[in-house]
Ligand binder design. Structure first.
Ligand code: ZN
Length: 172
């Protein structure tokens, strides 16, 4: 069994910082609820986008689970003017399709975690990423395709991963 790393678990870490509790080693971690919701350490690096399948609804599937995809790779910052490393993807949007077509080898990560905080590098730095606008358009999330720019910005700003998984459950 793979134990979760509580040091990666932001709420606990925030609480620890707030309490000014020192980090004492060794820490004994007791496994609990082996099917508890995924945490940050649950991200998986995938070799290539070919390991993903596309659900008929346009979302991305890895190992029978609906997932979110993000790219943590500074070698490609923009693709067709879309920022690559500051966004996460919830669908097989045109950006993802183009990466597949080009066969771009990048550091792709999948996760089924439930917030907008993503581990973006090997030092376990966590960053808030925003949802890809192409994905919102592709899934027509909140009628994204039909609303004006102001409303589009609101939809991007208020999008949550948990609302995504509510509409498109992790487990198929
Ligand atoms: Zn996208």
């Amino acid at each position: 069994m793979k134990l979760i790393n509580f040091l990666d678990f932001k709420p606990l870490e925030n609480l620890r910082t707030e309490m000014k509790a020192p980090l004492v080693k060794p820490i004994f971690i007791h496994p609990f609820h082996s099917h508890s919701k995924p945490v940050k350490s649950d991200r998986i690096e995938i070799e290539s986008l070919d390991t993903l399948t596309i659900h008929p609804d346009g979302t991305l599937i890895f190992d029978n689970t609906r997932i979110i995809l993000y790219i943590a790779d500074n070698t490609l910052q923009y693709l067709n003017e879309a920022p690559i490393i500051s966004e996460f993807h919830i669908s097989s949007c045109p950006t993802i399709q183009e990466l597949v077509t080009r066969g771009r080898r990048l550091r792709y990560f999948v996760t089924a975690a439930d917030d907008e905080q993503f581990v973006v590098d090997d030092t376990n730095e966590v960053k808030r990423l925003t949802v890809c606008k192409d994905c919102l358009l592709f899934l027509n999330w909140s009628q994204f395709a039909d609303v004006d720019q102001k409303r589009k910005k609101e939809i991007v700003a208020t999008f949550t991963v948990s609302s995504f998984f509510e509409k498109y459950p992790r487990h198929l």
